[in-house]
Each structure stands twice: as C-alpha cells, then as structure tokens.
Design a protein around this ligand. Structure first.
Ligand code: PBG
Length: 323
C-alpha cells in the first residue's frame, strides 16, 4: 500500500526500465512477406502499402538479401501469376511465380528461410480461396489442389509451407502429401485462427486477390468469436501443424494470448496489411510518430504471446533494433 509501494521507483531512468522490461523484440522474431510476380526488373509499389512492392524474382532476391543482411531470418512468399483461371492452375505449376522465386532466393541466399503461402485466391479468376461448386467454395475438392500446391513449393525448395485458405482438413491433406512424396521434414505453419477481416483490404490490391462475388465469411472466422479460435487451433495441431498462426494480430491480441496459454506449439501472428497501412497513412498525415507506433504495435503482439510476427515492418523495425 502507498507510500510503501511506489511502482514509479522502477521507472526513474532508462537503465532501470531496460532492466525490468518484460518483452523485447529481435529481428529473429520477424517473417517478412514478399509479393512475387512474373517478368524481370519489375518493382511496382502497392499504393495502399508504401514500402511494399510487387516484384519479379530478380527484384525479390535483392529485397530478400537486404532483409537477410538486417538479421531477418525468414521471408514469406505470395504469388501474383500471369494467368488466372477457375481452378487456379498457376498455383501448382512447377514453373509458377512462387516456385521460380523460391529457387532464385534459395540459390542466392541459401540460409534465408523461405516460407510459401499456400492458397488459391491469388490464382483463381473468381478470387476465392478454393474452387467453386454450386456457388460456394467446395471444401473437399479444394484439398487436393492445396496439397498439390504445397508439394510444388516443397519441390522448388521451400523450407516451410503456410496454408492460409481456411478449408477444413487442409493441414492433414498437405501433411500426407508432403510425407508421401519425400518431404517429411518440411514443416507446416497453419493460419489456424484466421478471421474474415476488413484489415486485409490493402493486401488484396497487392495480391490482386479480391473475391469477384460474395466474401470469405463462409470459410474465414467470424471476428466476434473467441472460443472458436481454440477449436480451430486444436484441430490444426491434431492434423499436424508445427506452428499455428493468429490473423490479423492487432484487433485479436486476446486470441493470441488464449492460444499461447492453451497450446505448446510456437505461435505466429500476422500484423496484416491494414494494420500496416493505418500506421503509414497517419504518419504521412503527420498525425503520429511512425517509428514509435511501429515498435509499440510489434511489442504488443509479442507481449500478447506471439513467438513470431509476420510483418511488412520487418526491415524498418530491424533497422531500429540494430541501431
Ligand atoms: C490469402 C491471404 C490473405 C492474406 C494473407 N493470405 C488475404 C485474404 O484472406 O483475403 C492477408 C494478408 C494481409 O492483409 O496482410 N488467403
């Protein structure tokens, strides 16, 4: 009781604050997403995501090298193919954009850990995360395509695959396909609790993956649900997920915390495009201090329980941490 207890004693100067700080960030925590496309010498900035680009494989290699030199251990690849069709065939094409970029990056920087996003939405003409039957995304028919896509990424040399589609049973389908074809050591990071979110808006411009009809509410989670996230995570762990992800991060810190408390697998959180754009936009308007807000956002995600943070801020934050 006051005046015996004065919590301010441990806040008197930066040295003691550093000594009692409970959460610290490191570049090791970050996974840096890249948007890879076809062609050569392509580097097109995403308008709602300043500092993020659609890049051809050669440019992605340059970007990945920079991330690696800043101490970031890993990149996550999204693909923007030349052609899209109903069944997203470009997703599992051995000469596809992601498959080529994986090879180029692993050749140039063998010890950079390359993770690939496994989903159909960037490759289907309708923009949904699976194939369409009777006006809805067909769960079971999509599983085989996701497994083929994951396998083609592993064959190209991906270190890990990350399914983001939210079909039921996809972790098991991918695990079995990888094991059958000689990739038992390629881990799966599942987007286990992925919510239908307005925070993905800018990403859909970046990945050109906006659904052409309807929305993703029949497969991604309802943002009002908390207990359901534990069920989704439990199923993915049972099916063989090595790392589970919560997405988005910032409006879902309670979910990150719940998952951390209830499971012993590593937890990743995706600081998504809208969370990035909000900070960038307010900074451009001169309304906030971008660097402080970025570090506070990332620290809060780690404090909530995330071991790994997927973030477009990875390079900017690593520069701050390396100072
Ligand atoms: C694909 C996918 C999305 C994101 C990652 N993978 C978009 C979506 O589900 O519509 C969002 C990433 C971001 O907003 O940064 N399924």
């Amino acid at each position: 009781m006051f005046p015996i207890h004065r919590p301010r004693r441990l806040r008197t100067n930066e040295v003691i604050r550093r000594m009692v700080r409970e959460t610290s960030l490191s570049p090791d925590d970050f996974i840096y997403p890249l948007f890879v496309t076809f062609g050569k010498g392509v580097r097109k900035e995403v308008s709602a995501m300043p500092g993020c680009f659609q890049e051809s494989a050669d440019e992605a290699v340059r970007n990945a090298k920079e991330a690696h030199s800043l101490g970031i251990p890993s990149v996550l690849l999204f693909g923007i193919p030349e052609q899209k069709d109903e069944r997203g065939t470009a997703a599992y094409d051995e000469g596809g954009v992601v498959q080529n970029a994986v090879k180029a990056i692993k050749d140039a920087i063998p010890d950079l850990y390359v993770i690939t996003d496994v989903c159909m939405c960037e490759y289907t003409s309708h923009g949904h995360c699976g194939i369409i039957e009777a006006g809805d995304v067909a769960n079971d028919a999509t599983l085989e395509l996701l497994a083929r896509e994951a396998l083609s990424h592993a064959k190209a040399g991906a270190d890990m695959v990350a399914p983001s589609d939210m079909m039921d049973g996809r972790v098991e389908a991918i695990r079995l396909a990888l094991d059958d074809e000689g990739f038992p050591n390629v881990p799966i990071m599942s987007y286990a609790a992925k919510y239908a979110s307005a925070f993905y808006g800018p990403f859909r411009e970046a990945a050109e993956s906006t659904p052409q009809f309807g929305d993703r509410s029949s497969y991604q989670m309802d943002s009002a649900n908390r207990r359901e996230a534990l069920k989704e995570v439990a199923l993915d762990v049972e099916e063989g997920a090595d790392i589970v992800m919560v997405k988005p991060a910032l409006s879902y810190l309670d979910i990150i915390s719940d998952v951390r408390e209830n499971f012993d697998v590593p937890v990743a959180a995706y600081n998504v495009s809208g969370e990035y754009s909000l900070v960038k936009a307010a900074a451009r308007l001169g309304w906030i201090d971008e660097e402080r807000m970025m570090m506070e956002v990332l620290t809060s995600i780690k404090r909530a329980g995330a071991d790994l943070i997927l973030t477009y801020f990875a390079k900017d934050a690593a520069k701050v941490l390396n100072r």
